[in-house]
Design a protein around this ligand. Structure first.
Ligand SMILES: NC(=O)c1ccc[n+]([C@@H]2O[C@H](COP(=O)([O-])OP(=O)(O)OC[C@H]3O[C@@H](n4cnc5c(N)ncnc54)[C@H](O)[C@@H]3O)[C@@H](O)[C@H]2O)c1
Length: 365
């Protein structure tokens, strides 16, 4: 049977999700919910979703098996716990939780209730990152040794109409963009062993740049620049920079191996080419993305199919929780000046089968 889904949180990113979730034949979107019920209704009408209303209403809709939680980070755990208490599986946008304790509470409640937790990002299931992960797994660069990532720009306050949450606990470039990079790196190399970081906050206030509240000032509560060193238990080391304090945008994601360097596509996207630079060569060799690109919601679909097949899903809470621990440790390290050991563990992930197709029905009725 197709899997029924409810979306809670009908803001900016809900549109990309709903476009995709309503186009996957194995899913049925049955309800849209938000604290702002007018917004929920507007979004439901736009995507042909039959029911809309407040969150508690969506949780009671017959046939809803997975709740897709697209609320702001501060609400992620509470909304997810309510879904779990209603006996539903839940898929959280990133970050899974504001801190490891909140994430662990959610995972324990889900285990107790016998339901699953999914966690964004699902970009690593897209063709671009799957291709890069396959190259690493096949030994295309020899032994992976070191990683260099840079994600910098002037921040989302310019384009987001409610950007405050992106500058509060659970936001900042570490918690907002870190999950994309850390999910790819842990999918490739497994668990991080320890983290050290330095951090800055360039401006104590920012100004909303678009939407009805444009011009409104708000306080910045978290570091807007975090540069972290990561030691992976399996051997590789990474230097990673996440910044909303740079006047110009830059994006680097390279893995240097014993024989070649791999350029990984933007981990915030589902497509994009990889590239290899062999030792001694000057020209990168492009490797086009092979497989399905789709978009946000792919992880929900993969989770739904895995539920029906009785196998583990890939964009999981088990994968997202260690990422929360690493990000929290980076912020802690920037305060203490010490390396922080990471206790959680996570396995590298098998690539999707080559014939995995979100747009072909695999579940009956
Ligand atoms: N905006 C993006 O480009 C983007 C991209 C990827 C992931 N995300 C993630 O998606 C999530 C949402 O981001 P957004 O940009 O759509 O935010 P947003 O502020 O535009 O929308 C959030 C929505 O959630 C609702 N909401 C808040 N608390 C709620 C609660 N307790 N119950 C029900 N509804 C509640 C709000 O009313 C609002 O409509 C965040 O976790 C963010 O990290 C956003």
């Amino acid at each position: 049977m197709t899997v029924g889904v409810a979306v809670i949180g009908c803001g900016t990113i809900s549109h990309e999700y709903l476009r995709n979730l309503t186009s996957f034949p194995d899913l049925r979107v049955l309800a849209c919910a938000d604290l702002d019920v007018a917004r929920a209704r507007e979004v439901a009408d736009r995507y042909g979703v039959p029911v809309s209303g407040p969150p508690e209403l969506a949780l009671g809709v017959d046939g809803v098996e997975i709740v897709v939680n697209l609320t702001i980070p501060a609400a992620h755990v509470d909304v997810a716990l309510a879904a779990v208490a209603a006996g539903r599986h839940v898929y959280n946008e990133k970050p899974l939780a504001l801190d490891p304790a909140g994430g662990a509470r959610l995972m324990a409640a889900a285990a107790q209730a016998g339901v699953r937790v999914g966690g964004a990002p699902d970009t690593f299931l897209g063709a671009g990152l799957q291709t890069a992960l396959r190259l690493l797994a096949e030994g295309a660069i020899g032994q992976p040794l070191t990683v260099r990532t840079v994600m910098q720009g002037n921040g989302p306050d310019r384009w987001h109409s409610s950007p405050e949450f992106l500058f509060q606990t659970g936001g900042g470039p570490m918690f907002d963009m870190g999950p994309y990079y850390l999910t790819v790196l842990t999918a490739a190399f497994g668990p991080v062993a320890r983290v050290a970081a330095t951090a800055r906050t360039a401006r104590a206030e920012r100004v909303i740049g678009s939407g009805p509240r444009a011009g409104t000032r708000f306080a910045v509560e978290v570091p807007t620049y975090v540069s972290a060193l990561l030691d992976f238990a399996a051997g590789p080391a990474a230097t990673t920079t996440f910044s909303f304090d740079a006047p110009n945008a830059d994006l680097v994601f390279e893995v240097a191996g014993s024989e070649s360097t791999l350029r990984v596509p933007n981990p915030n996207y589902f497509g994009g080419s990889s590239a290899l630079l062999r030792a001694g060569e000057r020209e990168w060799t492009e490797v086009p993305a092979a497989g399905i690109t789709a978009g946000r919601g792919l992880g929900v679909l993969e989770m739904a199919r895995a539920i029906r097949a009785g196998v583990p899903h890939r964009a999981s809470g088990e994968r997202a929780l260690p990422v929360v621990e690493v990000m929290t440790a980076a912020i802690e390290s920037a305060k203490s000046g010490m390396f922080v050991d990471i206790v959680s563990t996570v396995e590298s992930v098998d690539p999707l089968p080559a014939d995995w197709d979100p747009f072909t029905r695999t579940l009956p009725g």
